[in-house]
Design a protein around this ligand. Structure first.
Ligand code: SAH
Ligand code: SF4
Length: 349
């Protein structure tokens, strides 16, 4: 195991902090701008690759800062090559996963905000493994740079980022927002806020705080059930933040930001995939600027519920459509490598 955790991690730093560190090495501030540009525009991995710096400065940077926290353990690709899942080890031995999904017109990267998750949703592999720790902003950023480098080598880029990997983003709010801001920087990685989507299990105070940020990041809410009894049995966090409070916060978000909200609903056979469930869902979200993403459940080890059938998914969708609720059935991806929603962590235990 490396001792990188004792040094400042370069991707944890904002531009001002990097300037301070480079000034403390006795260098002018334009050197910091060169380093920033090299890291976030040229996507270099370490100072040795920054040819505009003197040999001496490269050496001092290497001994002052850590340039990587993510150690690649495994990298698997789906049979059709369009989904790539990576498992990384952090300096303290904790693990996390990221998944790249390649489409004809975009490359969507699904990243983790935590190692494990404390929310305990019964159908989710990450929830089943429990919580290890929060990721730092730099550990979130480095997942993106890892794939950005790989894609740059074939003339492509990361076009969309979803915080739907391991962890609950609003349980690590500050680091997640800081990572997004760092990746937004027009003088750096320059990926626009509207290219990001945060998915949350429904931490009500953080949804309100997020609304007040008034940024253009998209928000998705894992709803999955329309009654408190059923939602609490699937998502324990519902006991703390029940559906009414959650929907009030969602309405506040839409009123404040004028942005559409996405609701996610994983269909579990004969649990929450009845037409009656769809009617209750429609009644809950009626009048709200929203979209429902219907996701057939992906199997996980410790949950006995089954995925819905295609027919039942279509019938569920038909009820929503009849009630004027925009919705789509999300295509499942990467199932042969356990990279579907909620399946991350299956290789970690
Ligand atoms: N913690 C956040 C983001 C990570 S989970 C959240 O819960 O929203 C990303 C999405 O995958 C969530 O909508 C989650 O409910 C869903 N999910 C979890 N396990 C799943 C499974 N086994 N099948 C289908 N979707 C699942
Ligand atoms: Fe955590 Fe999201 Fe999984 Fe729930 S669904 S356990 S909040 S990662």
């Amino acid at each position: 195991m490396s001792d990188t955790s004792k040094q400042d991690f370069v991707f944890d730093l904002n531009r001002d902090r990097l300037r301070e560190i480079i000034a403390a090495l006795g260098e002018p501030s334009f050197r910091a701008d060169q380093v920033w540009n090299a890291l976030y525009v040229n996507l270099v991995e370490n100072p040795d690759q920054i040819s505009t710096l003197s040999k001496s400065l490269r050496t001092r940077l290497t001994s002052t800062l850590s340039f990587s926290h993510l150690d690649l353990v495994t990298r698997v690709s789906s049979k059709d090559g369009t989904t790539i899942k990576t498992l990384f080890r952090l300096p303290d031995g904790k693990k996390l996963e990221s998944v790249l999904m390649r489409y004809d017109d975009r490359n969507t990267l699904c990243i983790s905000s935590q190692s494990g998750c404390a929310m305990g949703c019964v159908f989710c592999a990450t929830g089943q493994m429990g919580f290890a720790r929060n990721l730092s902003s730099g550990e979130i950023v480095e997942q993106v740079l890892f794939f950005a480098r790989e894609l740059a080598a074939i003339g492509q880029s990361v076009t969309n980022i979803v915080l739907m990997g391991m962890g609950e983003p609003f349980h690590n709010y500050d680091a997640v927002l800081e990572a997004i801001r760092r990746l937004n920087d027009p003088l750096g990685f320059n990926l626009g806020a509207r290219r990001f989507t945060i998915s949350t299990v429904g931490i009500v105070p953080m949804i309100r705080r997020f609304a007040d940020e008034k940024n253009q990041v998209n928000l998705a809410i894992s709803l999955h059930a329309a009654t408190d009894e059923q939602r609490s049995s699937l998502l324990p966090v519902n006991r703390k933040y029940p559906i009414k409070e959650l929907l009030d916060a969602c309405r506040y978000y839409v009123e404040t930001t004028h942005r559409r909200i996405t609701f996610e609903w994983a269909l579990i056979q004969e649990v929450n995939d009845f037409e009656q469930d769809a009617r209750e869902l429609a009644a809950l979200v009626k009048g709200l600027l929203c979209h429902v993403n219907i996701i057939p459940l992906n199997p996980t080890n410790k949950f006995t519920g089954k995925s819905t059938t295609h027919e039942r998914a279509l019938a569920f969708q038909a009820v929503l459509v009849k009630n004027g609720i925009p919705c789509t059935i999300r295509l499942r991806r990467g199932l042969d490598i356990n990279a579907g929603c909620g399946q991350l962590a299956s290789t970690v235990q």
